[in-house]
Ligand binder design. Sequence first.
Ligand SMILES: [Fe+2]
Length: 487
Amino acid sequence: MTDFSSLPTMQGFFAHPRFEADVYDCEVEGRVPADLHGAFVRLGGDWLYPPKDPTDAPFSQDGYVNLFRFKNGRVDYKGRWVKTARFKADQAAQKQLFGNYRNPFTDDPSVKGIDRSVSNTTPLAFAGKLFTLKEDGLPYEIDPKTLDTIGTWNFHGAYQSQTFTAHPKIDPLSGEMITYGYEATGLLSDDLFLYTIASSGHVTREVRLKMPFVSMIHDIAVTQKHVILPVFGYTSNMEILKAGKVHWWWDDTKPLLFGIIPRDGEAQDIRWFKGPRRAIIHTFNARSQGNKVIFEAPIFDGPPFPFFPPIDGSKWDPTRARAFIRRITFDLKSKSDGFTEEILSPQPVVDLVRIDNRYMTQKQRYGYMGYADPARPFNQARAGNIQGRVTNCYGRYDFDTGKMSSFFAGDTHSLQECCFVPRSKDAPEGDGYLMGVASNYAEMRTELVIADAMRLEEGAIARVKLPFRSTPQVHGIWVGESEVALA
Ligand SMILES: [Fe+2]
């Protein structure tokens, strides 16, 4: 018997759907652009069984992958659990066997040695395959036609790290992937293995690095010449894990560090830069320009996640959990280990940010993200008293002019991460579509909204409306028909 009543934050719209689904020829408001051929693939979490500890991080939810397939102006939807080793063990036992986020000491003894990853963070299309990623395990390969789970993938045996990031970077000029795993040799190890993987899926370089301390390295940035690794105050130790607690704790005494290593460098070539306390979960992009490395990201002054508490026992401070778009500049010619930081926009943003991926590793003009605009209307009578949880706009930030253009989702809607789709392979930067999923609280259903990325103010071109609430998303990507064999 399954009971979710101990989870007060997961009721109403936030109750977990827990079903697999196919919807053929989805209901569409407006007109789906005829030049969209491919799929918007989302990955997020759902609980097959409730967590053993109701205070556990939502990052422990079982992976759930879903896909909107665009073909000839119509859209089909498919949603499936990621059937990880952990999912199968729980399903067989008909209960939750696994404990707190990245803490095997809290597991049922029967699952010792079973891969704990729930593979719930980012979809990836690479080397003709579709994967689901989570930073505490290897990628799971997914059949792009059926969304069936095939199994873990280690790049023909050459990928040696025990973990694989949720944010690998694909260089659009060479087609190769720069990726890494941290805690690479086991729980709380300070090893980070950095890889270059050719577009064929074969590993061409491995560099084994030591980190200054164990830290959440959720995302990196890559230029044509360098890799930039942010290390900051989310840390952990074995005493915490043995006491049965969550993996990450915020240590306010830890500085923000950046390791910069040439893409063709060896472990001894890494150079560390140090700055004021910050948290960096996601990045826009970076570029090498002469002797400078320019890095742009939404950056927090303090810890963003309330479920990973301060290690000193102080109360989590929501006022430090606002992300601002910032530019950090490193001067590689200088002997200083410092850097300069600028806040580019006064608008706090949701840190799930995207760019036109054809500009990854080079200078980009536009960045895309969600944000909350309190000046926009909210219909509390229809949508309920959830203003604090509403991301009502997508923004396009112009790094050249500093202007923010915005798409308003509606007065009963909240947006999840968006994704930019170029109008064509050769279209200029920013010419294309911005798409992402909105929660329609009034109608208790999920809508995929599509806007012209150059005309966000004009609103949605089309809304693909599901007849139910789909699972919450962490990240979503556009997959073209040439990338993987879609149904
Ligand atoms: Fe992420």
